[in-house]
Write a protein that binds this ligand. Structure first.
Ligand code: NAD
Length: 492
């Protein structure tokens, strides 16, 4: 694999001023598979200056929104044509099983691009209202300016598109910072942008670690920070943006609940949990890792989930039969193993999985899919985001208790309710304090629905009209008929 050894800044590929590189390591083989250029502060300064110039004096913010929609649709066409190449890159850099990389990592961003373009077509960019105090008021939507977009490694292209496309449709310019673990897909995006005629400076892409992120967030040339990552990092970003009175949106961590009602079918729930809890090896902010089950049927549900887990093929992410690949990094593997140890110490019962490598796997950053039962919701494994393939089954006594447990979390990002009785499930779902809930549906997301968290899961929304609005400032003009000629005295 030989990606460009350069940075995409101001519409061209340039050498890093420091000459440093980032090593991309395969989570499956633990070998270096590529090296990409690492940005210095001078490179970041240049990217922000170019974005500033492209916003302040360039054509992009003033183009007709329909023109920007057309460019984004062309981008989507180019994107779709190279989807399989992208799936291969993502599997190589972060270990997602190739089947999932194709169906989710690579396909969904294309769907999201088109959904955003449709949203922009239907958006009320300008509206005239009858003024309450007389005359007319024209309400317009202006782009917020230069956006620093910071994304994690777990769904790298999906999260990039969730920020980049609405920001560009709004007329903003963007400096994107992907994670150092996943720079290859970001290079892929830079190549696509290069081909579709986005003016120079409108997008720059600087892969790098948290130091690069910190410098970018604090940069005086940035008008808005759109951040996705952990709650801990989100707090730091919010502090910097608060002090600078800079717009900020935060998509943060989660510890969501799958609430299984007492009339649910164990096999349907188990199948759903393989997606809801274990997709992407559990490295999903929306992962529903607390499975709330009725106490009297707890063994039935736990056994059904254990059976489903046992059928998952764990191993080489490039094998189309694989359902669970390695975790992204050694650090992440260690962290998840420590949580499994912690669960044992806290007194939860390990029904399946553990800290040793999966059968037949000799190396790589793998963790066996793990199922704990007899988990109390106050345990740390039930309260803290593990970000790996670890599920906790928690028993409840009645619906009231179940809702209480679902809401007993510092987070509120996603969730689900499982029951054949849709009316009952919907009534329960409405009582869960969270950003999105699925009913008999594991993803709990749709490109037209606002996505984001309550409580410590974040501030702001992505997707849908709300996602586009996050990159726009509503401003107004008040119009009154002239009272008379200038300098003419009233009544004359
Ligand atoms: P992380 O917070 O360590 O890093 C996320 C990104 O922020 C990376 O690009 C990193 O380099 C950068 N960063 C870290 N600290 C920063 C700082 N102080 N200033 C500026 N940038 C900084 O998270 P991670 O381990 O890469 O990703 C996993 C986390 O992301 C999980 O908590 C997960 O729930 C969350 N996440 C949330 C969503 C969502 O939409 N709510 C989606 C995906 C992942």
């Amino acid at each position: 694999m030989s990606p460009r050894q350069q940075l995409y800044i101001g519409g061209e590929w340039v050498d890093s001023t420091g000459g440093e590189t980032i090593e991309v390591i395969s989570p499956h083989t633990e070998q270096v598979i590529a090296r990409v250029a690492a940005p210095t502060h001078a490179d970041i300064d240049r990217a922000v200056a170019d974005a500033r110039a492209a916003f302040d004096t360039g054509p992009w913010p003033h183009t007709d929104p329909r023109e920007r929609v057309a460019i984004m649709r062309t981008l989507a066409d180019h994107y779709n044509a190279r989807e399989d190449e992208l799936a291969q890159l993502i599997t190589a850099e972060m270990g997602a099983p190739i089947t999932f990389a194709r169906s989710a990592h690579a396909k969904l961003p294309g769907v999201l691009m088109r959904a955003f373009a449709d949203t922009a077509v239907g958006f009320l960019w300008e509206q005239t209202r009858a003024g309450f105090l007389g005359g007319e008021v024209v309400v317009r939507h202006e782009p917020v300016g230069v956006v620093a977009a910071i994304v994690p490694w777990n769904m790298p292209m999906f999260l990039t598109v969730a920020k980049l496309i609405p920001a560009l449709l709004a007329g903003c310019t963007v400096v994107l910072k992907p994670s150092p673990e996943t720079p290859l897909d970001a290079h892929h995006m830079a190549e696509l942008l290069d081909t579709v005629g986005v003016p120079p400076g409108v997008v720059s892409i600087l892969p790098g670690g948290r130091e690069v992120g910190r410098y970018l967030v604090a940069h005086p040339g940035v008008d808005k920070v759109s951040f996705t990552g952990s709650t801990a990092a989100g707090r730091q970003v919010a502090q910097v943006c608060g002090a600078a009175l800079r717009r900020v949106s935060l998509e943060l961590g989660g510890k969501s609940a799958a609430l299984v009602l007492d009339d649910a079918d164990p096999d349907a729930v188990a199948t759903g949990m393989m997606v809801a809890g274990l997709m992407n090896g559990g490295q999903a902010c929306v992962a529903q890792t607390r499975v709330l089950v009725p106490r009297r049927r707890r063994h039935e549900f736990a056994d059904a989930i254990a059976n489903a887990i046992e059928k998952l093929t764990v191993g080489d992410p490039f094998d189309p039969a694989t359902r669970v690949g390695p975790l992204v990094s050694h650090h992440q593997q260690q962290r998840v193993r420590e949580y499994i140890e912690l669960g044992r110490r806290e007194g939860a019962r390990l029904l399946l999985g553990g800290t040793d490598l999966p059968e037949g796997v000799a190396r790589g950053w793998y963790v066996r899919p793990t199922l704990f039962t007899d988990v109390d919701n106050t345990m740390r494994i039930a309260q803290e985001e593990i970000f790996g393939p670890v599920l906790s089954v928690i028993a409840y006594t009645d619906d009231e208790h179940a809702v209480c447990l679902a809401n007993d979390s510092e987070y509120g990002l996603s969730g689900s309710v499982w029951s054949p009785d849709l009316e009952r499930a919907t009534a329960i779902a409405r009582r869960i304090r969270t950003g999105t809930v699925g009913i008999n549906e594991p993803y709990s997301m749709d490109p037209v629905a606002p996505f984001g968290g309550v409580k410590n899961s974040g501030i702001g929304r992505e997707f849908g009209v709300e996602g586009l609005a996050g990159y726009l400032d509503p401003v107004s003009l008040s119009l009154r008929p002239a009272a008379g000629r200038p300098n003419e005295a009233p009544g004359t």
